[in-house]
Design a protein around this ligand. Sequence first.
Ligand code: AMP
Ligand code: ZN
Length: 115
Amino acid sequence: MSDCIFCRIVEGEIPAQKVFEDDEILAFKDIHPIAPVHILVIPKRHIESLDASVESDANVFGRMLVKAGPIAREVGAHDGFRTIINTGRIGRQEVYHLHMHIIGGGDPLPAMIKY
Ligand code: AMP
Ligand code: ZN
């Protein structure tokens, strides 16, 4: 059994509210949503972070991006959204299985990150 929480969701060992799935990627609702729409899109194959990615990951990353719009619309974000991939310590990544947040569904989001 994997000790990666998102691999366990892929394997069906932990429940998740799935909103899209194909052979390479899975999208499900974030357990602690920060907006009316808050979805996580992950590669089914374990990739630790964007910083640990390799050339052969390019196809699955492309699929994650191409599906972002259709997934967002499907769950009610019809007028734009924000995608975020937190990476490593500085990026405050909490789960070390690469995931892309899709956030939106309400009022326009705050402007870009204030440092
Ligand atoms: P981060 O690694 O900081 O980009 O964010 C990890 C995200 O995963 C957070 O927004 C968590 O709320 C979310 N999360 C953690 N565990 C689960 C889970 N079991 N199901 C859905 N979302 C989760
Ligand atoms: Zn994993």
